[in-house]
Design a protein around this ligand. Sequence first.
Ligand SMILES: [Zn+2]
Length: 385
Amino acid sequence: MSSPPNQRIERSRRAILDALNQSFPATRQDLSRRTGLAPSTVAGIVRRLLAEGLVHEDGAADHAGRGRPSSRLSPRRPPGYLVGIDFGHTHISAVLASTAQEIVAEGRVPLDVDASASNALDQAAVLVADLLDRAGVPAGSVLRTAAGIPGPVNQVTGQIQSATILAGWAGVRPRQELIARLGGEVVIANDAELAALAEHTHGAGRNVSDLIFVKASHGIGAGLILAGRRYTGAYGASGEIGHTLIQEGGTQCRCGQRGCLESVASIGEVWRQLIAAGLPPSERPDDLSLHALLGNPVAARIVADAGRRLGRVLSDLCNALDPAMLVIGGELATGGDPLLEGIRESLRRFAQPAISDRVQVHSSSLGPRAALVGALTLAATESTP
Ligand SMILES: [Zn+2]
């Protein structure tokens, strides 16, 4: 069933504005490629956005207002600041930036975020106040704050919806809580979704319109960019692949089920196996990086095995969604080539050949900052009408 023309135009207009806000300047061709819209549709909508003053163009347009194909478009931005916040499981990071996403201050505090939502939200407000103070920016100049949460955020109610994934936050409405503490506009998203947005706009998957970011850490979740847009699902719980059953009757998972992907391939489980195998030789590092161990063949095999298990679940996801790229992030991504090769091996075995032959598998290029960069991108993107 096709949508009425007005709705279709509105959706296309929104897609173009989002694509431009995410990364600019951009040519009409860039926008067509990123949104998947026909060049003629992009040209028509851009003409209206220029007339409305929402977009400006460097280089002259021709007399018909069509613009040269190579001339570059940027959004017109109000003066002010944006804040991005990333709630990790063990830290809070925040960044203060101009509306053109130029960073003016950034900070991080270690904290057990899962233990108490209200304490984590209070600490986030303290961190943001500190950034504003350091940069000499009055709180009233912040136009919008976007925050990433390491759990599913119900897009309808705004509540954290899972008592098993982020127990200390179940039922909390982080948007309202942050508005009460910070004022202004606040948008909330799942952290893997934000990391996907960041990799799509600034990272390994720049301009790739269909990509899946996999956050493989203590938990395992996926953020989806489909047809150039962040895809949250009907209620915001898309991409919760960590609790896919992979081993009938396997290890007990924190969700109550046995044999979930998380229980066999999380960073915690990989470190447990490394220690059981007599590795690592010294203390495990605070950042849980596997990199220093990869020269050891036993360690490389353990990491590759986690990659194969992760790849088994990603194969099904690829069969369903046909992404052009998988971007692997989180601490497990420090497993480098052995991890990626394990994933590719499972894709060759379990995904349809037409899919496994094409899909690219990369490590995150933004690393631990991916969700924070994504929060800033979202703060810049959600604004425009
Ligand atoms: Zn589970």
